[in-house]
Design a protein around this ligand. Structure first.
Ligand code: ATP
Ligand code: MG
Length: 313
């Protein structure tokens, strides 16, 4: 079966005076039709960069340095920028950006900003179209005539999701859609995303560092560390029996999943301009062995449909 979204060996680098900073390195990931897939990892692991790469929104000093991105089998990196913009971005794959709830222009009403998106892409811009979109994200239609500052954080986030859904995309990438919201509002936004999948068949790539949130919502997930996927698999087996020491550390750093004392993972990520040949996690790993310091483990299949990149397996 062709995946809706598939990346193969994707690399995204930023040039710097110290050389290329390898923010995304050899990432293979796929999202199938109707799936909700999670992407997790601590701050700076490259999650947003990966998502922006998929939307072809990486600007200088960054670049896609290698690999493939396929959407429904089409190699979207081979398309001319205009072709991608007109045929794909926002219409087939769409994104709710990290911090997007602060992304509305303060001087225009929510309704007019949603209409603008529809207009730019040649869609019907009637008030009815806006009302339908607001309804889809469970917002009252009166929101249309309000200004961004008149909305709560949760309402703004919903309005932004409505805008991302305006062109009826097949894939929605939601980058930290609930950060900065209280837990109850977080849960409501997650329920909304799940409903979009069941009722509209939208596939979702959900990015967050909040594992508790992911454990409730996703079918499968990828764990990223220092630009690479270190573990992936079905969410139930991954949460029940995390294999990679990094995933284990992340889970025990999640307060809502374990009530015991939160451990955290001491140490820092390696220098992405100079990653060397070692396992990127070897500097922080409680189980580090000699081989980890000289040779990078590749992702390999283990029980339960999972893959893990670790010399322990
Ligand atoms: N324009 C840029 N120039 C140089 N480096 C960049 C640029 N944008 C991102 N990076 C680097 O890429 C790395 C990954 O950033 P990214 O925003 O993708 O992480 P993230 O996993 O989304 O983190 P968070 O959880 O904090 O959102 C960071 O170390 C950052 O310094
Ligand atoms: Mg991010």
């Amino acid at each position: 079966m062709t995946s809706l979204l598939e990346t193969k060996g994707l690399r995204i680098y930023f040039s710097s005076p110290r050389g290329d900073v390898r923010v995304v390195e050899e990432v293979d990931l796929h999202v199938d039709q109707g799936e909700i897939v999670g992407l997790a990892g601590e701050s700076g692991s490259g999650k947003s960069t990966l998502a922006l790469g998929v939307m072809r929104l990486i600007g200088t000093p960054g670049r896609i340095a290698g690999g493939e991105i396929r959407f429904n089998g089409t190699d979207i990196l081979a398309l001319k920028p205009d072709e991608f913009r007109v045929q794909y971005r926002w219409s087939k794959l769409s994104m709710v950006f990290q911090g997007s709830m602060n992304g509305f222009t303060p001087v225009f009403t929510i309704g007019s900003q949603i209409q603008e998106v529809l207009k730019i892409h040649g869609h019907e811009t009637s008030e009815l179209a806006v009302r339908k979109l607001l309804q889809m994200v469970e917002l009252d239609e009166s929101i249309a005539v309000r200004y961004p500052h008149e909305l709560s954080g949760g309402q703004k986030q919903r309005a932004f999701i409505a805008m991302a859904l305006a062109l009826d995309p097949q894939l929605l990438i939601a980058d930290e859609p609930t950060t900065a919201l209280d837990v109850i509002t977080q849960a409501k936004i997650m329920n909304l995303l799940k409903r979009l999948r069941t009722e509209m068949g939208i596939s979702i790539l959900l990015i967050t560092h909040d594992l508790a949130l992911l454990s409730e919502a996703v079918d499968r997930l990828y764990i990223m560390y220092a630009g690479r996927v270190v573990e992936d698999g079905p969410s139930n087996s991954l949460f029940a029996k995390p294999k990679h020491p990094y995933t284990q550390g992340l889970i025990s750093s999640t307060p809502t999943l374990k009530t015991e004392q939160i451990r955290g993972i001491p140490g820092f990520m390696p220098d992405l301009a100079n990653p060397g040949e070692m396992c990127s996690f070897s500097l922080r790993c409680p189980f580090v062995m000699e081989v980890c310091k000289t040779e990078r483990p590749r992702l390999g299949k283990v029980d339960g449909g999972e893959e893990v990149a670790c010399w322990l397996y």
